[in-house]
Design a protein. Structure first.
Length: 100
Protein backbone atom coordinates (compact mmCIF):
# COMPACT_ATOMS: atom_id res chain seq x y z
CA UNK A 1 0.00 0.00 0.00
CA UNK A 2 2.83 2.38 0.67
CA UNK A 3 4.02 2.89 -2.87
CA UNK A 4 0.48 2.35 -3.86
CA UNK A 5 -0.27 5.84 -2.64
CA UNK A 6 1.77 7.29 -5.45
CA UNK A 7 1.08 5.05 -8.38
CA UNK A 8 -2.54 4.55 -7.59
CA UNK A 9 -3.27 8.20 -7.26
CA UNK A 10 -1.84 8.64 -10.73
CA UNK A 11 -4.73 6.64 -12.15
CA UNK A 12 -7.56 8.93 -13.19
CA UNK A 13 -6.86 11.51 -10.52
CA UNK A 14 -4.80 14.62 -10.52
CA UNK A 15 -1.55 14.18 -8.64
CA UNK A 16 -0.92 16.40 -5.67
CA UNK A 17 2.63 16.77 -4.39
CA UNK A 18 1.71 15.51 -0.92
CA UNK A 19 -0.82 12.78 -0.13
CA UNK A 20 -1.06 10.56 2.96
CA UNK A 21 2.07 12.16 4.37
CA UNK A 22 4.26 11.27 1.40
CA UNK A 23 5.80 13.27 -1.43
CA UNK A 24 4.32 11.51 -4.48
CA UNK A 25 6.99 12.37 -7.07
CA UNK A 26 9.69 11.06 -4.71
CA UNK A 27 7.69 7.94 -3.89
CA UNK A 28 7.20 7.12 -7.55
CA UNK A 29 10.79 7.80 -8.57
CA UNK A 30 12.31 5.94 -5.62
CA UNK A 31 9.97 2.96 -5.25
CA UNK A 32 7.99 2.08 -8.37
CA UNK A 33 10.46 -0.57 -9.54
CA UNK A 34 9.90 -2.52 -6.29
CA UNK A 35 6.11 -2.79 -6.41
CA UNK A 36 4.97 -2.91 -10.02
CA UNK A 37 3.70 -6.02 -11.76
CA UNK A 38 5.43 -8.21 -12.99
CA UNK A 39 8.70 -9.21 -11.38
CA UNK A 40 10.10 -10.74 -8.21
CA UNK A 41 10.13 -9.20 -4.76
CA UNK A 42 13.38 -7.30 -4.32
CA UNK A 43 14.59 -5.42 -1.27
CA UNK A 44 13.95 -1.68 -1.61
CA UNK A 45 16.74 0.88 -1.72
CA UNK A 46 17.56 3.16 1.18
CA UNK A 47 16.10 6.02 -0.84
CA UNK A 48 12.83 4.17 -1.27
CA UNK A 49 12.67 3.35 2.44
CA UNK A 50 13.34 6.96 3.40
CA UNK A 51 10.24 8.00 1.44
CA UNK A 52 8.12 5.01 2.48
CA UNK A 53 8.64 5.71 6.18
CA UNK A 54 6.56 8.89 5.83
CA UNK A 55 3.41 7.13 4.54
CA UNK A 56 0.18 6.95 6.50
CA UNK A 57 -0.79 3.37 5.60
CA UNK A 58 -4.47 3.62 6.50
CA UNK A 59 -4.76 6.76 4.36
CA UNK A 60 -2.93 5.17 1.41
CA UNK A 61 -5.18 2.11 1.50
CA UNK A 62 -8.18 4.37 0.86
CA UNK A 63 -6.75 5.17 -2.57
CA UNK A 64 -6.28 1.58 -3.77
CA UNK A 65 -8.68 1.10 -6.67
CA UNK A 66 -9.15 -1.90 -8.99
CA UNK A 67 -7.06 -0.04 -11.59
CA UNK A 68 -4.23 0.34 -9.08
CA UNK A 69 -4.39 -3.36 -8.25
CA UNK A 70 -3.79 -4.13 -11.94
CA UNK A 71 -0.49 -2.23 -11.84
CA UNK A 72 0.77 -2.61 -8.28
CA UNK A 73 1.44 -5.91 -6.56
CA UNK A 74 -0.06 -5.57 -3.11
CA UNK A 75 2.18 -8.40 -1.90
CA UNK A 76 5.24 -6.48 -3.08
CA UNK A 77 3.94 -3.21 -1.64
CA UNK A 78 3.47 -4.83 1.77
CA UNK A 79 6.90 -6.47 1.51
CA UNK A 80 8.52 -3.12 0.74
CA UNK A 81 6.66 -1.39 3.55
CA UNK A 82 7.56 -4.00 6.13
CA UNK A 83 11.17 -4.21 4.90
CA UNK A 84 11.37 -0.44 5.39
CA UNK A 85 10.04 -0.76 8.94
CA UNK A 86 6.37 0.16 8.53
CA UNK A 87 3.98 -1.59 10.87
CA UNK A 88 1.39 -3.14 8.58
CA UNK A 89 -1.01 -5.30 10.55
CA UNK A 90 -2.28 -8.56 9.11
CA UNK A 91 -5.98 -8.20 8.35
CA UNK A 92 -5.67 -4.59 7.17
CA UNK A 93 -8.04 -3.93 4.26
CA UNK A 94 -6.31 -2.20 1.37
CA UNK A 95 -8.43 -1.85 -1.76
CA UNK A 96 -10.10 -5.21 -2.33
CA UNK A 97 -7.33 -7.08 -0.51
CA UNK A 98 -7.03 -8.16 3.09
CA UNK A 99 -3.31 -7.97 3.83
CA UNK A 100 -1.47 -10.92 5.35
Amino acid sequence: MLMVAGTLILGDRQVSAQVCGVNLPQLISQCSEYVTIPGPKTPPSEGCCAVVKTIDVSCACNFVTPDVEKRISMDKAVYVGRTCGLKIESGTKCGSKILN
